[in-house]
Write a protein that binds this ligand. Structure first.
Ligand code: THG
Length: 369
């Protein structure tokens, strides 16, 4: 697949770290929330190997925050998600599918509860702010909805605790998964969560001051030299192996949360009010006819743009692969695919066309490892 350069503009927003990642050797970008999101540095595979062994600093400013404050903020946040937030606590992060009135997925943010009346929805790639504003206006909610100037730096990889402890102090090692707290570096306060879009462990620093963030960025490399720290980014291979889902790739507004395996985040028995609740009850009763599963494909490369169909021996479509990459660990192509119910049993081989050739593969459970 030939790649083309991308033209920057006001519309395709840069981040406070763009200059820095460019001097650190970013080689490709994708677009996420109308913003530049780095996609590779050295190469997909070299970045993957480094991420699994050392520690990386990621410019994930494109994971924008939708800030919702005010008297009705809890009501609005709950209206948007099928996850029951009635027992939610300040200082915790909640991975939560957003669902529309038809029961379809709108986004899958991490919802951070900063105060009883202050929330940050750390969104995936769709315009949640308009959805939130429309609901607030229609329901006459007393809320304020903004996109604050928050630009996340993710610190990911097995040595992330060591690097972060050297900068913010040993206390940070005690921070629990999906909890956040404020930590201090050079007399500046940073909102830090133990989270991130890899399964190699790590943190996310929600930076609210561009200049402080840029200085912190430089210090992460200066102070972290002994940990072989590098600039990195969400890695396609690692995130597929870890089954971290990507809105717009693996699922979108034509899929419901059961089809995306979000069962544990769908609470239909509580009293809370959210959009699509009755639809989801009906879907649960009827059962789904397709869901996201893993696929293993007996080949050493794949170019993905759009989805690719998977067929059985009689040329019936069994599903569509939506994300895929060659995995050096499995020594084959692995992918995330929407698979029709009659093929969930994982026994049958399917065929997929790659490079004009018919290649075989099998369906498997997620996560792969
Ligand atoms: N960090 C922050 N914001 C984000 C992302 C992130 N916004 C966009 C995107 N990523 C949202 N999507 C995800 C998908 C998966 C996870 C987080 C955000 C994730 N999942 C864990 C898992 O699936 O194992 C844990 C989920 C749980 O059990 O609660 O971490 O990465 N700030």
């Amino acid at each position: 697949m030939k790649n083309f350069s991308i033209v920057k503009s006001r519309r395709l927003r840069s981040t406070p770290y763009t200059e820095r990642i460019e001097s650190h050797g970013v080689t490709s970008y994708t677009v996420y929330n109308h913003m530049l999101l780095p996609a590779t540095f050295e190469s997909l595979e070299a970045d993957y190997n480094h991420l699994k062994k050392f520690v990386q600093v990621w410019d994930v400013a494109a994971e924008r925050q939708v800030e919702i404050t005010g008297k009705d903020s809890s009501k609005l946040v709950q209206l948007m998600t099928c996850r029951d937030l009635s027992q939610s606590k300040i200082g915790k992060c909640y991975y939560a599918p957003l669902v529309d009135h038809e029961g379809y997925l709108v986004n899958d943010p991490i919802i951070n509860k900063l105060a009883e009346d202050k929330w940050w929805l750390s969104i995936a790639d769709s315009d949640v702010i308009f959805f939130a504003k429309g609901l607030a206006a229609g329901n006459k909610f007393n809320v304020e909805i903004t996109e604050p100037n928050v630009n996340i730096l993710a610190i990911q990889g097995p040595l992330s605790d060591d690097l972060m402890a050297k900068i913010f102090g040993d206390e940070i090692r005690q921070l629990k998964f999906f909890n956040f707290r404020y930590f201090i570096f050079k007399s500046k306060k940073y909102f830090i969560a133990r989270s991130g879009w890899s399964k190699q462990s790590g943190f996310e620093i929600y930076v609210e001051d561009d200049k402080a963030g840029q200085e912190l960025y430089d210090n992460l490399f200066k102070i972290g030299a002994e940990f072989n720290v590098r600039a990195g980014c969400p890695n396609l291979i690692e995130r597929i192996e870890s089954a971290l889902l990507s809105y717009g790739n693996d699922f979108d507004n034509k899929d419901n949360p059961f089809e995306a395996n979000f069962d544990k985040f769908i609470n239909l028995d509580s009293e809370v009010n959210f959009l699509g609740k009755e639809k989801l009850k009906q879907i649960k009763k009827d059962g789904i006819s397709r869901k996201l599963m893993g696929v293993k494909i007996n080949y050493d490369k794949i170019d993905m743009h759009g989805e690719k169909s998977l067929k059985d021996d009689n040329n019936n479509i069994i599903g569509f692969v939506r994300s895929a990459a060659y995995s050096p660990t499995f020594k084959k192509v692995i992918g995330i695919a929407m698979i029709n119910k009659s093929f969930w049993n994982k026994k049958d081989e399917f065929k997929i066309e790659i490079d004009g050739k018919k290649i075989t593969g099998t369906v498997c459970d997620l996560p792969f490892i």
